[in-house]
Design a protein around this ligand. Structure first.
Ligand code: ZN
Length: 133
C-alpha cells in the first residue's frame, strides 16, 4: 500500500542558502541534516504537516544531484511515497514489468529503506519508494 507523500526531493546548488530561504522567508524549520556518502549528497529535512521537503546538495561535481542540476537546473528532483513493505512492493512492481532503478531496497537518509523507480516507467517523474520503522 502507498500511504502518503513522504517527502519531495529538491536539488539545490547551495544548501545553506536554500535552508535560509525555507527558514527565514517561509518560516519552516530544518530538523535534520546528514551526508549520504553512497549518493554523494548532503541532505536537509524540513517537515511540513505529515510530509517533508528534502533539500539535496551534491558533495561532488560528478554526483547524481550535480548531474541533475547541470541538465535541468535546480528544482524538484524526485517525489517519495511511503510504503508499508518495500520489498513486497518492489517484487509486485517487478512482476508487473515496471522498470526499476533499484531492485533491492537500499539505505537512504534518516535510516529509511528506499528504492527508485525508473522515470521511463513513471511518466517522467523520478519516484522513490520509502519505508520507515
Ligand atoms: Zn528522497
Amino acid at each position: 500500500m502507498v500511504n502518503k507523500i513522504d517527502h519531495v526531493g529538491i536539488a539545490v546548488r547551495d544548501l545553506a542558502a536554500a535552508k535560509e530561504f525555507y527558514e527565514k522567508v517561509l518560516g519552516m524549520k530544518v530538523t535534520a541534516e546528514e551526508v549520504v556518502e553512497e549518493q554523494k549528497v548532503k541532505v536537509a529535512f524540513i517537515p511540513t504537516g505529515d510530509s517533508e521537503v528534502e533539500l539535496l546538495e551534491s558533495t561532488t561535481p560528478d554526483g547524481p544531484i550535480a548531474r541533475f542540476i547541470e541538465k535541468n537546473g535546480e528544482g524538484i528532483q524526485h517525489i517519495a511515497f511511503r510504503v508499508d513493505n518495500l520489498e513486497e512492493k518492489l517484487a509486485q512492481l517487478k512482476a508487473a514489468g515496471v522498470k526499476l532503478i533499484d531492485e533491492k531496497p537500499r539505505r537512504g537518509a534518516g535510516g529509511a529503506k528506499i528504492a527508485f523507480l525508473h522515470p521511463k516507467a513513471t511518466f517522467g517523474t523520478l519516484v522513490e519508494l520509502c519505508e520507515r520503522e
